[in-house]
Design a protein around this ligand. Structure first.
Ligand code: HEM
Length: 406
């Protein structure tokens, strides 16, 4: 008798090592119907299917409310303006055009020296301590310093800023698997109110006296004769904060973990730092920070003989697509010079990550500081690393390491 396919995305054992499940999913259950959860929920594992789902934004929506009808989330109050991540079609296109006016390559490029100096200071301090949790020492504070600087958040508020981002992603994606409690819904609302109250006076101030930061750019942005409303701008700031922090923390941490787990690749990088860009992309592919990208079916669809009813949720497994041997040669080998590397860790199609270049740059700068300032880095114990609470992430929330100075 065929073995049952016990793929439960919130089971910690599965989350810790999902790759065997992904292989079986791609081979035997390219579209898998989950029966253990309250929503009508499916998983897609093959690269081609994941890409096709993310490409076809008419069939596969990022507006999830109809899927939650009859659950506590259906009655949860919505923000006054949705963020662009939660919109489809023209409303999404308009907001994306506006943010692109403000979040230009220049806004990032003019902060490169500052980014290097942040990373350098954090790594110096870590080396001086000798044994540290790399998350607390580098991967956690660095992206928040960078995004706060880019947006134009005063330095003294950065700690607060990161706390919001942590709270916002702590249960990201869990609503697909279990109904949230009243308390969780309430906490989500409180968080949004706190963030809005914080940003409101800052935005007013930038409208009066613009600076060279993203906040001023958003206040002024105009695209096709349209401007961001005040509520839209607040939602955009919240999205940038939430989308850009944990993801980049995870990328830098995963890259460090894979380099430590593959010492020969670490040596290659030490000898040839020009491999940094391909090393970062390989970390993105091999240990994809975001494992699944959800979509709602706007109509009934049949894929590989599996009928997906309208308003079902499909989890497009980026983490599996990035290990698909139809696309990647030796997909389970971590090779920091891999080329081509068409991973889809930043998504695909209309919602493709607008922070992809910033995230790559941050990871390169952080890894360069780590590699150039140390002679050796290793895990200081071999205990199981704690997993991030959200099933969306493949991420360790603590990475104890020992660093030997160069
Ligand atoms: C390693 C780091 C990152 C990863 C893995 C990542 C991944 C992703 C993915 C998979 C999506 C597509 C979501 C979807 O299809 O629904 C996305 C969208 C997005 N990302 Fe990122 N991201 C990263 C860093 C960043 C950074 C640094 C920023 C901003 C500063 C950012 C801002 C956004 C925004 C605003 C969207 C929504 C785009 C839209 O809806 O059109 N991300 N990201």
């Amino acid at each position: 008798m065929a073995r049952p396919f016990a793929f439960n995305p919130i089971d910690p054992t599965v989350r810790r090592d999902p790759f065997e499940f992904y292989v079986r999913g791609r081979r035997e259950f390219p579209i898998h119907a989950h029966e253990e959860f309250p929503l009508s929920l499916f998983s897609a594992f093959r690269y081609d299917d994941v890409q096709a789902i993310l490409r076809d934004d008419g069939t596969w929506s990022n507006q999830f409310e109809p899927a939650f009808e009859g659950t506590p989330l259906a009655d949860a109050p919505r923000p006054p303006a949705e963020s662009m991540l939660a919109l489809d079609g023209d409303p999404h296109h308009r907001l994306r055009g506006l943010v692109n006016k403000a979040f230009t390559p220049r806004v990032v490029q003019r902060r490169v020296a500052q980014m290097r100096s942040y990373a350098s200071a954090l790594v110096d301090e870590a080396i001086e301590t000798g044994e540290v949790d790399l998350v607390q020492a580098l991967t956690y504070p660095f992206p928040v310093q960078v995004i706060a600087e880019i947006i134009g958040i005063p330095r003294e508020d950065q700690e607060q800023f990161k706390t919001w981002s942590d709270r916002a992603v702590s249960n990201l994606g869990t609503g697909f698997f279990q109904n949230p409690s009243e308390e969780e819904i309430q906490q989500g609302q409180e968080l949004l109110t706190e963030m809005r109250d914080y940003f409101a006076p800052l935005a007013r101030e930038r409208a009066q006296s613009p600076r060279e930061d993203l906040l001023s750019g958003l206040v002024q942005a105009e695209h096709d004769g349209s401007k961001l409303s005040y509520e839209e701008m607040i939602s955009m700031l919240v999205l940038l904060l939430v989308a850009g922090n944990e993801t980049t923390t995870t990328l830098i941490g995963n890259a460090a973990l894979e380099l430590m787990a593959h010492p020969e690749q670490m040596e290659r990088l030490r000898k040839d730092p020009s491999l940094l860009p391909t090393a970062v992309d390989e970390a993105l592919r091999f240990a994809s920070p975001i494992q699944f990208d959800p979509r709602r079916a706007t109509r009934e669809v049949t894929l590989h003989g599996c009928k997906i009813p309208k308003n079902s949720i499909v989890l497009a497994w980026i983490g599996s697509a990035n290990r698909d041997d139809e696309i990647f040669e030796n997909p389970d080998i971590f090779d920091i010079s891999r080329k081509p590397n068409p991973h889809i860790s930043f998504g695909f199609g209309v919602h493709y990550c607008i922070g992809a270049n910033l995230a790559r740059l941050e990871a390169e700068i952080a890894l360069e500081a780590l590699v150039s300032k140390t002679k050796h880095i290793e895990r200081s114990d071999d205990a199981l690393l704690p997993l991030h609470a959200s099933p969306v992430f493949r991420s360790a929330s603590r990475i104890p390491v020992r660093l030997l100075p160069a």
